[in-house]
Design a protein around this ligand. Structure first.
Ligand SMILES: CC(C)C(=O)C(=O)O
Length: 506
């Protein structure tokens, strides 16, 4: 059976820009428009509202002149108004060839906002449509507040659609302006309209106020809609519009009777670009494009993935240009660690793997996030610590840092079962710590190696703030040696390195 083609109209550059605090520059609009049309293969895009500003005019001009060269002008749309032709003039000058005319789709809006009768409204609309035609501009008509119109004044909606069916209109756009629809109502309303006007092209424009935009989009498709409006990352007025990414995935996986031509592998690139341009962070759990959505955290999932991909679903990350990850934290078991080791090309024996797992769980308990890049550091630290027999231990310490006073440390050290306490000041917390240690060593007539270099680094490429590694170079009896400490706190990492030094003095 031949599939029914659904047009996808992306309105990131118009409704998406109505996200509070978001404004695109002309160059950003052009870049996004190019990616949407050429890289993703979106059918149509709505790029601006007419008359908004000089900047918006220049942005539209930039896109339409590029689109003219490419032969894309009928894929570029601009929101326009019933304003006696002012919008048409604006569109003409900006080179736009398709207007999405904003009209009133409910009696409530018509009487309270425009204070007009249906007849007056229709006659003004007819004038604009005729004017557009004279100027070679195609018209699509938005019935603003259509969903409430269907709930509260359906006679008006059908009177309006009867009128529009006599007009040279290319498409009728049905917006759920206030996001009030639920799936059953979406299906009911669109089915009724479809049955009465089988030859008109209808688009559905969902909003996400009840988090039902995707469910409503699915019902709109089942009821026979011809086009869907979406935005990248679900940007848009209030709770936003139907997200492009989820719309594409759900149509491809669950609505086999229809076809769309969107390139799934490019969705993530476009989503990230929009995130950068808008400064509007994608929630980590946002389907398809969120940071976490292809990350298995529970050890049982990683284990299951090793056994015939038991925890995969149809949303394979590779479809969207992404990769599956295995998180490292307190719920991750050995399987997660092994998956990360594999990626790094490392292998550990079972005993070492157990020690490393234990350390990652400890870090997780401290609410630290560990990344794949941290792993080599943890391995080196854990396996290194494993080789030390601690005869001298730092039992406890207080580090003091306050304004107007020198940093100071009180230290309790255990040497051969004797606990010794000492305090000292220094130029910094670690210096004060070393001075207290030095006092203890002097009192015991022991020699303390000299610190000759102190280096701190965080694992390169690590996106976590879990760890920092302090490497200290010491000298004793003319011999140089290094010890290292790993912790989220730099001074603590240095103290860990110092305890190791006390037990390996050559
Ligand atoms: C501007 C209009 C068409 C809109 O975005 C809506 O009604 O949701």
């Amino acid at each position: 059976m031949e599939k029914r083609k659904i047009e996808i109209m992306d309105t990131t550059l118009r409704d998406g820009e109505q996200t509070s605090g978001v404004s695109f520059s002309a160059a950003e609009k052009l870049t996004i428009a190019q990616l949407l049309l050429e890289e993703l293969n979106i059918d149509r895009i709505e790029i601006a509202s007419a008359r908004v500003s000089e900047g918006e005019f220049q942005a539209v001009k930039g896109i339409t002149s590029w689109a003219t060269e490419k032969g894309y002008t009928n894929r570029i749309e601009v929101l326009s108004f019933v304003d006696g032709g002012v919008s048409i003039e604006w569109l003409k000058k900006a080179g736009a060839k398709v207007q999405n005319l904003l009209t009133k789709g409910s009696m409530n809006h018509l009487t309270h906002q425009l204070k007009k009768t249906p007849e007056q409204h229709f006659s003004e609309i007819a004038e604009i449509i005729a004017l557009a035609k004279e100027n070679n501009i195609d018209t699509n008509v938005y019935l603003e507040d259509w969903s409430n119109g269907m709930r509260n004044s359906p006679e008006y909606v059908f009177q309006f659609l009867d009128f529009l069916s006599t007009q040279p209109v290319k498409r009728i756009l049905l917006p759920d302006t206030l996001g009030v629809l639920i799936p059953s109502l979406t299906f009911e309303f669109i089915s009724k309209i479809r049955a009465k006007y089988p030859n008109i092209h209808f688009d559905f424009h969902a909003h996400n106020d009840y988090d039902l935009s995707i469910a409503n989009v699915m019902e709109a498709v089942k009821a026979g809609i011809n086009g869907l409006h979406v935005t990248v990352n679900g940007m848009g007025e209030r709770a936003g519009n139907a997200p492009l990414e989820s719309t594409v995935a759900v149509i491809n996986d669950y609505l086999p009777e229809v076809s769309i031509n969107i390139k799934e592998t490019s969705l993530y690139t476009v989503s990230k670009l929009v995130e950068t341009f808008t400064g509007y962070r994608i929630p980590a759990n946002k389907p398809i494009v969120g940071d976490n959505v292809f990350t298995q955290t529970a050890g049982i999932h990683a284990d299951g993935d090793n056994k015939n991909n038991l925890y995969f679903n149809d949303l394979l990350p590779e479809r969207f240009g992404r990769k599956r990850k295995y998180a490292l934290g307190k719920t991750s078991g050995k399987a997660n660690i092994e998956k990360n080791l594999q990626e790094l090309g490392l292998k550990l024996n079972q005993e070492d793997l157990k020690l490393v797992t234990q350390r990652i769980i400890e870090l997780g308990d401290k609410k630290e996030t560990v990344t794949k890049e941290d792993l080599p550091y943890i391995i080196s630290d854990v396996l290194d610590s494993h080789t030390y027999q601690d005869k001298i231990t730092i039992e406890s310490y207080v580090l003091m840092h306050s304004k107007g006073m020198r940093p100071s440390t009180t230290l309790l050290l255990k040497i051969d079962d004797e606990i010794i306490e000492e305090s000292a000041q220094g130029d910094g917390q670690f210096d004060a710590f070393m001075n207290a240690l030095s006092k203890i060593y002097k009192s015991k007539k022991l020699t303390l190696p000299k610190l000759i270099d102190y280096a701190v680094r965080i694992p390169p490429g690590s996106s976590s703030d879990a760890l920092c590694e302090t490497i200290i170079t010491w000298t004793n009896n003319g011999k140089e040696f290094k010890t290292r400490g790993l912790d989220s706190d730099q001074t603590v990492a240095a103290i860990i390195a110092t305890q190791k030094m006390l037990n390996v003095i050559p």
